[in-house]
Write a protein that binds this ligand. Structure first.
Ligand code: NAP
Length: 303
């Protein structure tokens, strides 16, 4: 057991995956949970998600030695304000939000000096959300980035690292601004591009009826999976990681124009060189064990 009592605030994909992983390996003595709506709390009770589902944040965090904020980034500040007076002295407060500078700015000021604040972000997810979407293996061999605030207790950070590692994650510490830029490149901008591509296809669909769905090829299908991600979560990501996302999108637009020009001018060498360079990135991801080399992401066998 790593923590005696863990409180999960918000009971969606990430919280439920954490619960199943902690339960499987006996990492926490008791896990309490709180979700905003009665419907989610009822579902959690029905499926046995958490040892105790509470009807208030105050009740959930009482006596917890680890509190994990698992709500959308835009809701973190309000939830932190509500729970702050009820936190136990010596507790560690962390979160799983996809943006770190914003979470530090909106959560930090509410926390009393007697708790340790160690923000975090598991770089693992699916396009599914809600209390029934979680599974114990979600974090295995995926990175979790910890962004400890300045001056925080080293032992508190080490203990949280131990929990993530026990759930199967690789862990690295990072500065908040660097985290937000890395995520803008690897996750946030790609999601926006997927949303755009699917939006364009949706506009076209009005012209070509159901052809886009009927003949949907692998490339487009992969975009639709990403573009099915939770609208609230992703709205908050873009609103709170504005600068880094705009920086990456600016670069993206420049590259897109260069490729567009190469196509117009029939510059095959430019296209070929570019695609050769990008193919090497894919090889690197596979070699790092972060994806499968199976054709069609291993989906072929299920067809
Ligand atoms: P999720 O499945 O959509 O669940 C969100 C939970 O937050 C629900 O229990 C919801 O309660 C609660 N909630 C929503 N709005 C709230 C509000 N205004 N006040 C209080 N509670 C609220 O979300 P998730 O995918 O687990 O994401 C949780 C966090 O993890 C987000 O900050 C996200 O950025 C981060 N994250 C997500 C992924 C991913 O791929 N999904 C990956 C890494 C990190 P109700 O059900 O009662 O509404």
């Amino acid at each position: 057991m790593i923590y005696e009592r863990v409180a999960l605030i918000g009971l969606g994909l990430i919280a439920s995956s954490m619960f199943w992983a902690m339960r499987r390996d006996g990492l926490a003595g008791e896990v309490t949970g709180y979700a905003r709506t009665q419907a989610t709390r009822d579902t959690a009770r029905r499926i046995g998600l958490c040892d105790r589902v509470c009807d208030s944040v105050a009740e959930a965090v009482e006596g917890a030695d680890l509190v994990v904020l698992c709500v959308p980034v835009g809701a973190m500040g309000a939830v932190a304000a509500e729970m702050a007076p009820h936190l136990a002295p010596g507790a560690t407060v962390t979160d799983v939000g996809s943006v770190k500078r914003e979470v530090i700015d909106v959560v930090g000021p509410h926390l009393p000096p007697h708790v340790h604040f160690v923000p975090g972000h598991p770089m693992a997810g699916t396009e599914h959300s809600g209390p029934e979407s979680g599974f114990a293996e979600l974090f295995e061999k995926r990175w979790t980035l910890l962004v400890p605030v300045e001056g925080v207790d080293v032992a508190a950070t080490a203990k949280l690292r131990q929990l993530w590692e026990a759930m199967g994650a690789f862990v690295e510490e990072m500065e908040p601004e660097h985290h937000d830029l890395v995520c803008a490149v690897t996750s946030h901008a790609p999601h926006l591009i997927a949303y755009t591509m699917v939006g364009v296809a949706d506009d076209l669909r009005r012209v070509t009826d159901s052809e886009i769905i009927k003949f949907s090829a692998a490339g487009f299908r992969d975009f639709t999976r990403i573009a099915a991600s939770d609208p609230t979560m992703w709205r908050d990501v873009f609103l709170t990681n504005k600068d880094a996302t705009l920086e990456i999108l600016g670069r993206f637009t420049e590259e897109l124009f260069a490729l567009q020009r190469a196509i117009r001018m029939g510059d095959g060498d430019h296209l070929h060189d570019y695609f050769t360079r990008t193919r090497a990135i894919r090889r690197g991801i596979i070699e790092a064990g972060q994806d499968t080399d199976a054709p069609d992401f291993g989906r072929g066998a299920k067809r």
